[in-house]
Design a protein around this ligand. Sequence first.
Ligand SMILES: NC(=O)c1ccc[n+]([C@@H]2O[C@H](COP(=O)([O-])OP(=O)(O)OC[C@H]3O[C@@H](n4cnc5c(N)ncnc54)[C@H](OP(=O)(O)O)[C@@H]3O)[C@@H](O)[C@H]2O)c1
Length: 329
Amino acid sequence: MLQLATIGTSWITEEFIEGALMTGKYSLNTVYSRHLEKADQLVDKYNGGYAIDDLDQLWQDNSVDVVYIASPNLLHFDHTIAAINSGKHVIVEKPIFTNLTEWDKAHELAKEKGVYLLEAARHIHTKNYQHLKQLIKFKTEKVTYPFLGANLNIGQYSSKYDRYNQALKANEPVPNVFNPEFAGGVLMDLGVYPIYVAIDLFGKPISADYKVIKGQNNVDLFGHVIFEYDGFNVVIFISKAVHSQLHNEFYFDNETVRVNNITDIDRVEMFSTNNGEIATLAYEVENTLYDEATAFADIILNNKVEDYKYLTNLSRNVREVMDQLNQSV
Ligand SMILES: NC(=O)c1ccc[n+]([C@@H]2O[C@H](COP(=O)([O-])OP(=O)(O)OC[C@H]3O[C@@H](n4cnc5c(N)ncnc54)[C@H](OP(=O)(O)O)[C@@H]3O)[C@@H](O)[C@H]2O)c1
C-alpha cells in the first residue's frame, strides 16, 4: 500500500485521489493546500490522512511514499525537487516541466535518490488508448500504399476563457492556465496530449513546427503543430478558445480510423470505402485517472523498471519536441 500525499486542490486532485483509492493500492496520508480549510475539506471527503498548509511538514513526514503534484505548471519543478530530496516517489501532472533542462535535472536527482518520477499523462494509460495503439500499429504494418499521416484535434472552449477576457479588460490577474508567467497556454495545457500520442505512436518527428495565434498577454490561444516524419505528416490543431467539433483521424489506404476525443478516448471507429462505418470499441471509464494510478502503483510497488524506462523516455521526447515547438514560434 502506497501512502499518498497531494499538492493542489482543484478537481484534478480530487479525481486522482478518487482513482488512486479505487485501485486499492494507495492510502490517503496527507493533503497540502495553501489554505488549511481547503485541505481539510478533501481529508473529510475522502476520509483519510491529515491536512497541512506548510510544505515542510510534508517533506519531513517519512510515512509518505508518493507525492502527487497538481500545482500550476510553473511550480512543478520546485515541488518535485523538494519531494525527491525528501526521498519520496513523485507523480507530476502533465506537462511535467517547462523545459528540457528542468526535466534532465529532476530526473538525474530522482536517479541519484533512488525514487521514481512519473509524468501524469493520463490518456496514454487508458485501456482504450492501448487498444487504439495496437490497431494503429497493426494497420501501419498492413497498408498496401504508403501511410500518409494523421490529423489530431483538440479545440475545447475553456470555462476559464471568459474569465481570462474579463481579467484582461479589468487589468486583473488572468487564470494561471492563460498566463505565460505561470507556464500556461494551449500548447502546455492541451497540446501535450496529442503530442504524447503522436510521439508514442510514431516516435520523434524529423521536424516540428508551431504556428500560433496569441492573446493580448502573449499567451498561445489557437495553433497548428506540424510534425514531419519520413514519408508522412501528423498535423495537430489545438485551442482553448474555440468550441471545435473535429475528430481525430488516421489514414490507411481506403480506411480511416476515427477517434472521437484524443484525451478521453471512448469511441474508435473505422470507415472504409467498401463497408461504411464499423465501431471497434466503446469502453466507458468510471474514473479518468484510475488506469494511470494503477500503472504507477505497479511500477513503484513491483519495481517495473522496463515500464518506467519506456515512460520516462517518452516523457523526455515529448518535452524535447515541445521545446522545439516553442523555439519555432
Ligand atoms: N490530467 C488532467 O486531465 C488534468 C486536468 C486539469 C489539470 N491538469 C494539470 O494539473 C495541474 C494543475 O492544473 P489546475 O488547472 O488545477 O491549476 P490551478 O487551478 O491554477 O492550480 C492548481 C492548484 O494549485 C494551487 N495554486 C493555484 N495558484 C497558485 C499559486 N499562484 N501559487 C501556489 N499554488 C497555487 C491551488 O491549490 P491551493 O489553493 O489548495 O494551494 C490550486 O488548486 C496543471 O499542471 C495541469 O496541466 C491535468
